[in-house]
Design a protein around this ligand. Structure first.
Ligand code: AOS
Ligand code: ZN
Ligand code: ZN
Length: 387
């Protein structure tokens, strides 16, 4: 049995899906084409809507510009809304054009830097049309060899570029800066860690926050500590959830290390980052290279829901007492009791009570959706990676 106050909190959960999760993706070795892959952004949104229909967990879809570029964003917005979802975060892209070989917002050539800034201004104009709140910036900028670039100068140009973008935001729009410790640059990256993302966004102001991609840390990093710290500083804007075994694997969230996901979600809740009043956006940033994409996304949002439920089960009063009295093993046991609780049967019953399928994975398999898209769609698009 899951207590009703926990279920009430779970009812507020929303996890944004990335449009690129529905496109074909792969590695530099091979991009496998999966039958049923969307041919258009409209079809990606339809797949995302199917995930939401079966789980009630995914009411919005993140877009990537230019992969999801269309002529009429108002029409795209209506299309999404007619399917029961909305358009979410706009992701910029300054990592595919030849001109960005030596950087984008950090580039030493003013013309290139201007082009990169203008791309972000165009993204904000798209946000105005789609009603999106967040502009997410992930930069591939960096260098491969010591001496190749001036680390300090690049950081200064980055600050100036971000300030020009930030100035264009209106209403409740936010600039969300994502960090990543390496790849595609291997010696240094211009936004490699939460400290740099924090320093850059703090200099901009309140509407600038940090995106924490769970795959963007060195092995062994205590990610939940970063979560706690960014929440404490009021700068945790969003998550890009995924799993990693080795590098930025972009595998299904919770697949590699469910316990880590639990620990992260516990700190999110502890720090006020969960619930209707929270400003922390939950998103997936994943690619499904070998598995079917729609069920891959269903599995992902269910994993987040299950670990959130377990994190909400932590007896926080008992934990505080154990911590204060120095009861090391007692405190650890309280956390582990919640982690080891199997919430799946309780969630299945609760889903049914809300008019959702008890088992969304089984419901998808039985729905005929996969067979239909496989027969209707031929020549689906690549997500953009590994071209
Ligand atoms: C890249 O490694 C990042 O995770 C970004 O979030 C990126 O924009 C995303 O994977 C899709 O392009
Ligand atoms: Zn990411
Ligand atoms: Zn990544």
């Amino acid at each position: 049995m899951i207590p009703s106050d926990v279920l009430d909190q779970l009812a507020t959960q929303a996890i944004e899906l990335p449009s690129w999760a529905f496109g074909n993706s792969g590695t530099r070795f091979k991009v496998f084409s999966t039958p049923g892959t969307p041919r258009t952004v409209e079809e990606k949104i339809a797949d995302a809507a199917e995930v939401h229909r079966l789980t009630g967990l995914a009411p919005s879809v993140a877009l990537h510009i230019p992969w999801d570029k269309v002529d009429d964003y108002a029409a795209l917005r209506s299309h999404a809304e007619s399917l029961g979802v909305r358009l979410g975060t706009i992701n910029s892209n300054t990592f595919q054009d030849d001109v960005y070989k030596f950087g984008s917002l950090t580039h030493v050539d003013e013309a290139v830097r201007r082009k990169a800034i203008d791309h972000h201004l165009e993204c904000i104009a798209i946000m105005d049309a789609t009603g999106s709140q967040d502009l997410k910036i992930w930069l591939a900028d960096g260098t491969n060899y010591p001496g190749q670039g001036d680390l300090r100068g690049r950081q200064d140009r980055l600050a100036d570029s971000l300030a020009q973008i930030y100035d264009r935001l209106t209403g409740d729009q936010r600039l969300v800066l994502e960090y990543k410790f390496f790849e595609p640059a291997f010696y240094h990256t211009d936004v490699p860690d939460w400290g740099t993302a924090y320093a850059q966004t703090a200099a901009l102001g309140e509407r600038a926050v940090v995106c924490l991609d769970t795959g963007h840390h060195a092995p062994g990093t205590n990610i939940e500590f970063i979560v706690a710290q960014l929440l404490r500083l009021g700068k945790l804007g969003s998550f890009d959830f995924n799993s990693r075994f080795y590098a930025d694997d972009d595998l299904i969230v919770g697949a590699a290390d469910p316990f880590q996901l639990f620990r992260i979600l516990y700190e999110v809740i502890r720090g006020g980052g969960f619930g209707p009043d929270s400003t922390v956006a939950f998103m997936l940033d994943q690619c499904h290279n070998v598995e079917d994409k729609v069920p891959g996304q269903i599995r992902s949002v269910l994993n987040v829901q299950e670990m959130t439920a377990r994190a909400l089960l932590v007896d926080t009063d008992a934990l505080a007492k154990a911590q204060e009295s120095g009861d090391v093993l007692g405190a650890n046991g309280i956390l582990m009791d919640a982690f080891y609780t199997d919430v799946r049967p309780g969630l299945a019953t609760w889903r049914e009570s809300r008019g959702l399928p008890a088992d969304p994975m089984a419901a998808y398999a039985a729905s005929g959706y996969q067979t239909r898209i496989e027969s209707e769609r031929v020549g689906g698009t690549q997500a953009g990676w590994g071209a």
